[in-house]
Design a protein. Structure first.
Length: 267
């Protein structure tokens, strides 16, 4: 009882007893024996029960009922057969309608012999059942914890796997982005080189064009200079000739005047 941390509830079923064992079971709950001081409660609902207490042998009619009640009790559960009839069929064993003890239908954990079984032995059987119940409870709890741990490990592994996959994807993405950046850089470098080449070509062509222009301008200036020089030379030559012309003109005029005077004298 020390190691039992839960108030055990039990359900009592009278299979086909002579009521002798049933009275002893009820006596256990009465003030004289008072099992309720240990937290043991006799419940009517199999789904609330931890211990299945059966009195009397199992017959053909109630075998299914015993099985049904047993199935309704949640795990972990313990079965206690109280009285000789519940253990083996007892004095009714040879009857045409009796199957035998409770273990002919469901597994029995504790056998409490006696016809009728004494309350002390019933309480002793129930205490034994509590030990079995606690052991099963611990095993079930351990199994549940193990299952939970396995599930958490699985979840952790799945999470780690997902993280690793995400990391790998991110790395791949980064690599592809890096490759793309490198490609873009290369393409930009190529384009820059092309532009540089084109600029150099343009500069060269512009330089050539400038040189040509310079040459043509130089030629033109030379020509102009030549022309100017020629014009200057002409101009320099002109003043020497002009006076002679004037003289000629004057001479011509004087000659004309002389001729006119002669004509007048003749008249
Ligand atoms: S064991 Fe005895 S007292 Fe208990 S049910 Fe059977 S005949 Fe009755």
């Amino acid at each position: 009882m020390k190691d039992f941390h839960k108030s055990p509830w039990l359900i009592h079923y009278d299979a086909s007893s002579c009521n002798g064992c049933d009275i002893e079971v009820l006596a256990c709950t009465m003030p004289r024996y008072d099992v309720e001081r240990f937290g043991i409660i006799n419940t009517g609902n199999p789904m609330h029960a931890d211990i299945f207490l059966v009195t009397g042998g199992v017959n053909k009619q109630n075998a299914a009922v015993v099985k049904q009640i047993y199935d309704q009790i949640p795990e972990p559960k313990v079965v206690v057969a109280v009285g000789t009839c519940a253990c083996t069929g007892g004095i009714f064993k040879e009857c045409y309608n009796i199957n035998g003890g409770v273990d002919t239908v469901i597994p029995v954990d504790v056998y409490v012999p006696g016809c009728a079984a004494r309350p002390e032995s019933i309480i002793d059987g129930v205490v034994k059942a509590l030990g079995i119940y606690q052991k099963r409870h611990d095993e079930l709890l351990a199994a549940l914890n193990e299952a939970e741990e396995m599930e958490s490990e699985k979840a952790k592994k799945a999470e780690e796997k997902a993280k690793a996959e995400e990391k790998a994807k991110a790395e791949e993405k980064a690599k592809t982005e890096e490759k793309l950046e490198k490609k873009e850089d290369k393409a930009e470098a190529k384009a820059d080189k092309k532009e540089e080449k084109a600029d150099k070509k343009e500069e060269k062509t512009e330089a050539k064009a400038d040189k040509k222009e310079e040459k043509t301008e130089a030629k033109a200036t030379k020509k102009e200079e030549k022309k100017e020089e020629e014009a200057k030379e002409k101009e320099e030559k002109k003043p020497e000739n002009k006076p002679s012309n004037n003289n000629n003109k004057n001479n011509n005029n004087s000659n004309k005047k002389k001729k006119g005077k002669k004509k007048k004298k003749k008249k």
